[in-house]
Every structure is written in C-alpha cells, then in structure tokens.
Design a protein around this ligand. Sequence first.
Ligand SMILES: Cc1cc2nc3c(=O)[nH]c(=O)nc-3n(C[C@H](O)[C@H](O)[C@H](O)COP(=O)(O)OP(=O)(O)OC[C@H]3O[C@@H](n4cnc5c(N)ncnc54)[C@H](O)[C@@H]3O)c2cc1C
Length: 533
Amino acid sequence: MTKQGHTIASAGVSRRSFLMGLGATAAVVAGSGLAGCAPQTTAAPASTGDGSGSTDAAGSGATGAQKADTIQAAAETPAEKQETKEVDFVVVGSGVAGMSAAVEASRAGATVVVLEKHTITGGDSSICSGNFYCCGAKKQDELGYTDYGTPEEVAQFFFDQSDGDANMDICRLVAENGGAAMDWLVELGCDFDKKPGDNVSDRSMLSTTSGKGIVDNLIAEAEKNGVEIMMETRAIEVLMDGGKAAGVKARQGKTEYTINAKAVMLASGGFDGQDWAKELYAPGAVGWHTFSSPSNTGDGIELAKQAGAMTLLKGGLSQIHLVGREPLPLNDELSALRMVNTGVFVTDLGYRCANESMTSQFDYFTPFVESGRKEFTIICDSQQPEKRLELIKKGVEKGVVDTADTIEALAEAAGLPSYPLTKTIEKYNALCEAGEDTDFHKKPEDLQAITQAPFYAIQITPNTNDSFGQLAISTKAEVLDANRQPVPGLYAGGTLGNAELFYMRYAVSGSSMCMGTVTGRIAAQSAMEYYGA
Ligand SMILES: Cc1cc2nc3c(=O)[nH]c(=O)nc-3n(C[C@H](O)[C@H](O)[C@H](O)COP(=O)(O)OP(=O)(O)OC[C@H]3O[C@@H](n4cnc5c(N)ncnc54)[C@H](O)[C@@H]3O)c2cc1C
C-alpha cells in the first residue's frame, strides 16, 4: 500500500495476503492536503462483504429508492462455508478509531483482528483532510502555537457547541487526552502543522499527509505488530455469552466467520454513506450529497443494539453546503460564495430559511433540515465588495449563479417560484429598513436591502460528511445500556461513539479525528484491563 493509494483487495483474502500477491491492482486516488473539510479522495464502490454488492457505487447521496442493505438483511443471505478464529480483541472498522485501538492493543501483545467491510481501508478517516483539534500537544508547543487554552476550556467549548446537549465527562475525555493523542500519532510517524487560514485557533492542527496519512501510519504499525485486517468482511452480529460480548460473526463473500474474542470494539463510523441509512437514522438529510464513505451505513448501531446497548439517535449530521447543483469542490474558488452573509438564503420554494449571519460551514444543518428541502439558493444584489462581485460573475459564467435585472426574471432564470420569492425579498427589505431581523435574528450589520440590479441567485447544495448520535459510551469507551451500565466486553469509539460529544451540528473541524484517536486508544486499554491482559 503506497502513501498515496488505497488498495483494492479481493474477497476471500486478508489485506496482507492480498498485498503480497496483487500489488499492481492498487488504485491511486489523490490526497493533496486541502484545508477545511474538503474531501481528499473519491470513494471507491462499497462492497457489503456479503457478496451482494448492492450498495450505491458512488456514495453520492443518490436519491430514489434504495434497498436497505442492513446487517440483518446481509445475515439472511445463506453462507456456504464456516470458519472460526480465536483472538484477544476483535475490532469492527479500519478508520482512525478502529486502527488506534488495534495499534494500542497489539503493542501491548494482544492478538487482534480488524474487520473492514469495504474494499479499501480507512473509512471517512482516509477521505478526510486530517484537521485535528486539541490542546497541549508537543507539536503545538514546538511550533509555537501555544494559545490553545486549558483542557477545561476546550471541554467547555465542545459542550457549548452542542447547545448544552453533550455530556461534560465525554467533552473532558476528548479535551484532556487530545494533546497526548496527537503526540502518540507523531510518534507513529504522523506530522502536523497549524491549519492554514486567517483567525485560525492554535487548537486547529492539520495532518501534513491528510487523514489518509494518519490511517496509513496506524495500519503500518498494526501490521508490524501482527494485526490481521480482513477486507470486505462485514460484521453482522455481536456474539454474546452470558450477557458479555464474546466475539463477532462476520461475512466475507459466502463465508461466515465466527471470531471468538475476549473483547469487542465497534468502530464502524457513521450512517451518512447511503440514503437508505439516512432514511433510518437522519431522514431530514435524505437526498443530500455525501462525502462520506459509502460503506458507512450505521451497522454499529444495529450491532450494538443486538448486545443490549442504548442508542441516542439525534438525527444530526456534519453538513457543509457547497456551490452548484452538482456541487463544486470545497477548494474551488467559487465555494467562497456559499457564505454571502448579506444575501438571503431561500429554499427551492422561494421562502427564506436561515439566519445568514452564521459564519461556520457547519451552522446550516438545523435550518436546512427544518425547511424540509434539498436545494437552496442565495439571492443577492450587486452591492457586493468588488472581489465577491468578480467571483459572482465567474459563477455566472460557470453556470452555478443565475442573474437577471428584476427579482421576477431572476426567479425564472433560477427555476424558483416568482411568488413567493418576490414577497420574500420585499419582506426582507422591509426588515433591513427597520434595522431588525425579527424573523431570523440576522446581525444588524448584515441587513442590507436587495435593491440594486443586476440580481444574482447562487445555487447551494448541502453535503454531509459525518454522523452524530449513535451510541453513548463511558469515559472508558464502554458501550452503555439503557441504565447507563456498560455492556461487558463491548467498546465503541470514533463517530459511532460520539452521541454525547456532538448534538445536531458539528462543534469544530478536527474534533472528530481527535475523538477517534482518543476513544480508540482508551477502548483498547479498557478492554485489556477488562479481560486481565
Ligand atoms: C470529506 C470529509 C472531511 C472530513 N474532515 C475532517 C477533518 O478534517 N477533521 C476531523 O476531525 N474530521 C473530519 N471528518 C470526519 C472524520 O473523518 C470522521 O469523523 C472520522 O474519520 C471517523 O472515524 P471512525 O474511525 O469513527 O470511522 P471511519 O473512519 O468512517 O471508519 C469506519 C469504518 O468501518 C467500516 N465498517 C462499517 N460497518 C462495518 C461492518 N459492519 N463491518 C466491518 N467494517 C465496517 C467502514 O467501511 C469504515 O471503513 C471529515 C469527513 C469527511 C467525509
């Protein structure tokens, strides 16, 4: 596996044996260190690991009816062969959380198997930019980025970003261990610098080799320690023995594996990789595009439920909005147009739907969901700073911005209903004149009436790139049941375990990779303590 490439493994072989025999089939995808949450790669088609191959190939949030390819459905396909393995620790998912757990446990001498349902390793962790939000890492001190505050301040920040819905113990867990997690990744060969951009906090670091570089280093260390990564192998059941997790049942093509283990970690990521899974866990976002791995379909929720876990489904997703109906990448210069605060955000029905003063790319999730719509448009006029006007004109040339001399004509050009759009703009202009936005509470300084032709309509499309609200975990990364008691032997981390860190919207870029590393390591430590390693 090269630094820049994902390896596509065939069914029926472990990742290692495949690599020895088939190096030439490596598919190379770009990964060029973009800032923000820009996707680093185009995800390859997902395999379900059950031989059906029925998942959406592009992972593009395709609309239309999709077969719900749940683990229960996968289990119904008859297996032709049975295999058994015995290990200390079995991990479901090869993203940052699962691989951190595998490295931590294997370094302490545990025998570890990682199950990966996809044809490629790393899930969202390998697609992501590699922002890492933490305080007190040696790297930050070394580079002079020391204005990061205290762990308690970071924890409070997470809590506040969740509108008070998070669990302060989990916020502290991530905040207090984030710096050490980055030190650990650096020791494994990862490197970080400050995230580029103006007014960026000293807590915001960026992997110099993107998220994929982090996963590659973890995999290299895990394989050095003898960890087996079984590709295209989908966990379909947590095996229980006397109320304790005792292994995992998995499918690799037509072979069913029983993997007996002393402890189990679920690190299967989110559920926004497929529309059918969003339908189950966050219906408000069905039909939205996704950057997430197509193999992230909420399997961990179902696996943990079988074992008696409590689920905290909150319908939340990390969402960013992009310019264009076939959205332009985030690093396209025209993407800056998605934040025209002086414009008016309307749905495809022509109604205003958001407070346009919001400054984070993550802030629009709730208003978008509440609107119930899938397509949005920013209406603005020509009273824009020169540079923005230049970009808007480029957008017109590229077909992602429509323009006209009246609001009625603009509505027609943009495919919006003239009524109520004209009324929406009239109402908005009246609010601007009054100097107070009694509808959405936009900042008074952004209240600029839309009066000067030509007028513009900037096409906006929402995209998701992570999921919030699945399992609740303890500060030892134990999966909790409805009485908030640990399910013995069962651990979770990363996105699957983030239900009490985030609420509807994403706190800040970099907090997920930090959370994944922290909870992966802690899950392994707790598992080994549990079974007395
Ligand atoms: C485009 C994009 C940009 C992002 N940028 C950032 C960023 O800069 N910083 C940040 O902190 N976060 C970022 N995120 C979010 C971050 O990538 C994720 O939160 C994080 O990678 C989740 O890690 P994980 O280990 O929990 O899951 P993942 O990395 O998604 O791994 C889960 C794995 O489990 C596998 N799996 C699922 N079900 C099963 C099953 N039944 N059996 C076996 N395997 C299974 C999946 O195939 C997948 O490989 C970004 C996400 C995207 C999509």
